[in-house]
Design a protein around this ligand. Structure first.
Ligand code: IDP
Ligand code: MG
Length: 140
């Protein structure tokens, strides 16, 4: 079994899509091992996305991720990191609608920045991101 982190981003929370997105992962066979709603401070969002600090979209990303509440969850399942990435779809929501219409970004995202959901992209990122958001006591 493997664990991964998802964060339902401010755009999808605002749209009222939290329940539908969580249900999709449950239907796909994942178990929710931790769950909470919170709002990132600027410092927290910068630190969470520190690997992107040199990218041209870093400032826009931090502004977006601090623009409203998010809902984070730890999901557990076989091959969870890769399978969850497949279910969320490509980074650009418009590309997702063209090539992967059944994905979460195709359904709930707007564009390449406002793309509804984050998911860990590797074992290395999951092992940074899960304890960044959830303490051991918050995970079952
Ligand atoms: P990922 O979320 O699919 O792993 P990354 O390349 O790791 O994509 O980028 C992290 C986040 O940064 C994306 O989910 C998106 O919100 C934002 N982002 C990525 N590329 C762009 C861009 O070109 N313009 C604006 N925002 C972007
Ligand atoms: Mg990424």
């Amino acid at each position: 079994m493997e664990r991964t982190l998802i964060i339902i981003k401010p755009d999808a929370v605002q749209k009222g899509a939290v329940g539908k997105i969580l249900d999709r992962f449950i239907q796909e066979g994942f178990e929710i091992k931790a769950l909470k709603m919170f709002r990132f401070t600027e410092e927290q969002a910068k630190q969470f996305y520190i690997v992107h600090r040199e990218r041209p979209f870093y400032k826009e990303l931090v502004e977006f991720m601090t623009s409203g509440p998010v809902v984070a969850a730890v999901l557990e399942g076989e091959d969870a990191i890769q399978r969850v990435r497949e279910i969320i779809g490509p980074t650009d929501s418009e590309e997702a609608r063209r090539v992967a219409p059944d994905t979460i970004r195709a359904k709930y995202g707007t564009d390449k920045g406002q793309n509804a959901i984050h998911a860990s992209d590797s074992k290395e990122s999951a092992s940074y991101e899960i304890p960044f958001i959830f303490s051991a006591l918050e995970q079952i």
